[in-house]
Design a protein around this ligand. Structure first.
Ligand code: BGC
Length: 784
């Protein structure tokens, strides 16, 4: 309240009486809003009424009326804080300048500021020292948790458990909001087909259908039912669009894909996020078919804000507006600012371009003020929806912060999803689960005792070495003798940026100890893979085997003991053909976050029966990349004439090492009795499918039942398989369950090259199974 009286006082001193009247009007609206808020208990109901929306729009109108052009541009300006850095720092980005701009009201948002104390300090400046007192919005990369970490998103996706994924995002939002943050730069919904790209760890994998469901679950988890609560935060679907298709998996590279891939593969998860009411979208560093996407009117105005009716705001990626100059798409900062603003990029993240250029552009008549007004309206709308105007300090409760971070209940949630994220890739002779007593176990590998790598990349707020290691997890099972030997180091020193070209892996001095331990044991559990920072942003790789000397160690151990369980810790699919051919048991355990070691131990000992399924194909070798299950048939799909002229490699199979949707259980599931309620259907019909699944093994277990289709003839060629449904079911040993699916014209259709959604009559194959390869199939026909 004090603030508003101050505004009146200030406004009375203003020369422009009209402005004074507007400020008074603003005050009345605020008072109205406060009364309304205290009177109405059920905020979520209010949120949904159009009346409420109109009120917000009215409030925004009155604010816009009194804002100077600099203040408007200020809302479109986001500065990085003063310590965490997630991108290159330009020389002119001094703390003094940022502080000065903050006091002038020329900053609308911050990023990488965290903790109640810091956030409250900056919010106070915005609210109490600036002319209009508009609160800041604080963004942070809460990618897979804040302090308590969940598995990396690619791992979580392997659970196919939307409820667990939503819960994990809820925990992340609860912790981040308690530390003052009100906006996460997640979910990353980029579809990815190339494991060389380090950021595959941040997404949901290669499939747009599953990717859309996960995008929706994560948005709901972060935003909750009521954005005005103090434990919900605005989500941000990123990176719009096609960043995941960087050529050759090289970070920040050119993207050149066709319209069909754009509409059918890349855009659906973003659309799903918008439908789930995501409040913000981040654009990206890449160009798409010659236009850097930050300057793409087609993507941001025509599709996102036009066709999809997105009402939130678009934030640039870190300096991506300024980078229009590097791309050779803008001559200078002035041009970059103009192109990006016109194209619909509403906020400039740490680029200094908007704050320096936009006001001049408007004043010189080179940019319409309506463009600025639209951007500011969107930004203010999100601030209103978050309740920041009602209480700018709603996230600033130091007691709540202390009580919330690393809460034991959060540890339970992340342990649950960590177990569900593990994928059993191989289990010859039922080597797993391990016996709980009477076995001598050698635990080998630097990652086995590592308490940092399981936290993965993008864990900026979490404390180092807070993960439970595999060693710690296994030590809880005391019936066996456990000997630990690291065998070889994975990195030289602990560093955030591992430049593998600079690492000289030669030290094999620990090999003999590991070999001795293996020789003297019944079973070897060897934990190999990537260091926690070997995947993530800026970590593209050209070799996807086990880094360093780990492959050599594995082969040396194999020579003395073949009873090996290989546990993989990694942030991307790896090319492990030798291991797949030789090692009897392989467990894909990704980077599972805070509870990693406990989750792995529970799976190895059979306290949890693994149920995860891959959401990215594992290649046999790097030469196969990009590799994905929903490829096109081509004109020469088979080797009928027994000659070389068909689509293949002469030195490698076409198939992946492990396909999309694949994952074993300690039990077995048999599919039978696939039935459909007819063969011929009209376009508007509902097609009902059912299948029986029997657990024929010795353990109760879970299975992800997957539904795929193939549209045999299309005006645009269709993939050989497309996921169109899935259900995660629990089946007791000996039990049979029936799973039902429905197919309809939405699921059978696709986008044509004009971006229009169509469903064409014709023949379809329908498949159901436990992965994208082993399926039962039937045919149906769609008639007009
Ligand atoms: C990344 C974004 C991230 C941003 C802020 C950029 O480098 O591409 O995903 O949200 O930095 O940290």
């Amino acid at each position: 309240m004090i603030k508003f009286f101050r505004q009146i006082r200030k406004s009375l001193l203003m020369e422009n009486t009209l402005k004074s009247i507007s400020v008074l009007f603003l005050l009345m609206i605020f008072i109205g809003s406060c009364k309304k808020n205290s009177a109405d208990q059920n905020e979520s109901t209010i949120n949904k009424t159009s009346n409420y929306k109109t009120t917000i729009e009215n409030k925004i109108d009155s604010i816009l009326d009194i804002m100077t052009i600099e203040e408007k541009v200020g809302q479109m300006n986001q500065y990085n804080g003063f310590w965490d850095v997630t991108g290159p720092i330009p020389k002119n980005g001094t703390a003094e300048m940022k502080y000065d701009h903050l006091k002038k009201g020329w900053v609308g948002a911050m990023l990488n500021v965290r903790g109640v104390e810091q956030i409250e300090t900056l919010q106070k400046i915005a609210v109490e020292d600036t002319r209009l007192g508009i609160p800041l919005i604080f963004g942070y990369d809460v990618i897979h948790g804040y302090k308590t970490l969940s598995p990396i998103p690619l791992a979580e996706a392997s659970s196919w458990d939307l409820e667990a994924i939503q819960k994990s995002a809820r925990v992340a939002a609860t912790e981040a909001s308690s530390a003052g943050i009100n906006w996460t730069f997640a979910p990353m919904v980029d579809i990815t087909r190339d494991a060389r790209w380090g950021r595959v760890m941040e997404g949901a994998g290669e499939d747009p259908f599953l990717g859309s469901k996960i995008a929706e679950a994560r948005v709901k988890g972060f935003q909750g039912d009521n954005l005005k609560a103090n434990n919900t935060i605005a989500a941000c679907a990123k990176h719009f669009a096609a960043y995941g298709f960087a050529e050759a998996g090289k970070e920040y590279n050119t993207v050149d894909i066709g319209t069909s891939t754009l509409h059918n593969i890349v855009l659906p998860p973003f659309k799903a996020a918008v439908n789930a009411d995501v409040k913000t979208i981040m654009n990206s560093f890449n160009e798409l078919n010659g236009i850097p996407v930050t300057g793409s009117t087609y993507l941001q105005r025509d599709i996102l804000k036009g066709e999809w009716g997105f009402q939130g705001f678009v934030v640039s990626d870190w300096a991506s507006i300024r980078e229009l100059i590097n791309w050779g798409h803008a001559k200078n900062k002035k041009e970059a600012a103009k192109i990006a603003a016109n194209a619909g990029s509403d906020m400039d993240m740490e680029g200094y371009v908007y704050v320096q250029e936009l006001a001049k552009l408007v004043e010189q008549g080179d940019l319409k003020e309506s463009v600025i007004n639209d951007a500011v309206r969107r930004i203010l709308r999100v601030k209103f929806e978050l309740g920041l105007f009602d209480d700018p300090y709603k996230y600033c409760d130091i007691k709540n912060e202390e009580n919330t971070l690393y809460h034991p209940k959060h540890q339970e949630v992340v342990l649950d999803i960590a177990k569900k994220s593990i994928v059993l890739l191989k289990n010859d002779n039922n080597l797993l689960p391990l016996k709980k007593a009477g076995q001598k176990i050698a635990l080998i590998g630097a990652l086995a005792a590592d308490k940092s790598s399981p936290l993965g990349s993008w864990r900026t707020a979490s404390d180092d070495d807070t993960a439970i290691s595999v060693l710690e997890g296994l030590q809880k099972y005391t019936g066996n003798t456990l000997t630990y030997e690291k065998g070889v180091d994975l990195t030289i020193g602990q560093t955030n940026f591992i430049n593998e070209l600079d690492i000289n892996y030669t030290d094999k001095s620990e090999f003999p100890n590991a070999i001795k331990a293996a020789k003297e044991s019944d079973v070897v559990v060897i934990v190999l893979g990537e260091h926690g920072y070997q995947s993530g942003e800026g970590r593209s790789r050209t070799h996807l085997g086990l880094p360093g000397l780990q492959q050599e160690l594995l082969e040396a151990v194999f020579k003395v003991n073949k009873n090996i369980v290989l546990v993989l810790n990694n942030g991307r699919p790896l090319a492990i053909e030798w291991a797949a051919n030789h090692i009897p048991a392989i467990v894909e355990a990704w980077q599972l976050g805070s509870q990693s070691g406990n989750a792995i131990a529970q799976v190895l000992y059979g306290d949890y029966n693994p149920s995860g399924k891959l959401t990215m194909s594992f290649p046999r070798n790097v030469g196969q990349l990009p590799i994905y299950y929903n490829y096109k048939n081509t004109g020469r799909p088979t080797n009928d004439g027994n000659n070389v002229f068909w689509s293949h490699y002469s030195d490698s199979k076409n198939t992946p090492l492990f396909p999309f949707g694949y994952g074993l259980s300690y039990s077995n599931f048999e599919y039978s009795n696939f039935r459909i309620n007819g063969r011929e259907f009209k376009i508007n019909d509902s097609i009902e499918l059912s299948i029986d699944i029997t657990n024929t093994g010795n353990y109760n277990g879970k299975e992800v039942v997957q539904l795929y289709i193939r549209d045999l003839v299309g005006s645009i060629t269709r993939p050989i398989k497309e996921l169109k449904g899935f259900e995660l079911i629990e089946i007791k040993k000996g039990e049979t369950k029936t799973v039902d699916f429905i197919l309809n014209k939405e699921l059978l259709g696709f986008y044509n090259n004009n971006g229009e959604f169509i469903t064409e009559p014709g023949d379809f194959k329908v498949y159901i199974g436990g992965n994208s390869v082993d399926t039962l199939e039937k045919e149906i026909e769609l008639i007009k």
